[in-house]
Write a protein that binds this ligand. Sequence first.
Ligand code: CP3
Length: 360
Amino acid sequence: MTTTKPTPTAPESILDGSRFVRACLRKPVDRTPVWFLRQAGRYMQEYRDVRKHHTLVEICKQPDIAAEVTITAAEKLGVDAAIIFADLLLPLEPMGLPFEFQAGEGPVVHHPVRTAEDVHALRTDRADDLAYVARAIEKVASHFRDRLGIIGFCGAPYTLASYMIEGGGSRNYIFTKQMMYGQPAAWRELLDKLVVVLTEYCKLQVAAGADAIQIFDSWVGSLSLADYNDYAFEASKRLVRNVQALGVPVIYFGVETAGLLSAMASTGADVIGLDWRQPLDEGWRAVGHGHAVQGNLDPITLFAPLEVLEQRVKSILRSAGGRPGHIFNLGHGIVPNTAVENVQAVVKMVREFRLEEAHG
Ligand code: CP3
């Protein structure tokens, strides 16, 4: 199928642009778009089959395989957007911080960043080494054309800095906060370097065909509002603006962010990702109706009986109230052992939902 771009004088139609991108921009849509955080992953047999032969990083670095995993998940679920298969930590390697995924432990950075000298030593001139992600995006974009939104992504400066400093996942972020409070100049330099690399990385992804970029600030909920404002906000805002200047909408997502939503929205991100701990309408009010929102089903609801799942899905859609700018998603990623059929059932529920019936 060939599609023609509308002439500048043609009146805008509800069919211009993908449903997903339209919702990011708060334009009217024929129905609420839906996709899932971690939609390609271990809960899916097809992914586990690929993983038998390749490590996670091998999949990311081989564009054919990364594209196949991305496409298979999006098609199997029937979602409105495909997020490129990659990992948050990939930019650490070209910055000079090798890492690996250890079974059962998650990511491990071999020489975590702890001192000002460690920060100075980080490189910012090798973002091109991440071109394998762009090659995978090109393949996904040429497969889907305009049928689906293609999402590129990166970590937010705070969340990536926390991995670099802790050396892996963390419970209390002690080393991270020690640098933040005790070595503010090193902290600022680290975040500045991350913004440079992440901006270049996003540029590669957008040039390759990403329609939107999601910035994952997964661990930002570990910060108080005061610390977010003093130590993380400015770098996030700069990254958001740099990516928007590439011409695509930005989704800014974090977890346990109820107290941070209005500050996160001040970055100017087009869409704010909401976790499930707060009703969607409350979260949207905190974000402000001048932004779109994405969310916010508890991923563990996918283990509930279908009737319960349906109640929760409908209640989210009802609380969005048909206002343009809602993208249905989970409040965080799909976990292993989730039944694929239940994820598919949610897609069907969102597709078939009509606001009038919900009130009747
Ligand atoms: O389909 C998709 O959503 C795209 C794929 C994707 C992966 N990682 C692949 C992956 C995405 C969007 C990410 C982002 C990512 N990576 C985040 C932010 C998302 C979030 O949940 O907030 C984070 C924090 C990471 C870092 C990371 N990667 C961790 C902590 C782990 C280990 C967790 C675990 O469950 O073992 C990973 C591994 C990882 N990245 C897997 C996948 C599919 C699972 C492990 C595997 O296949 O071996």
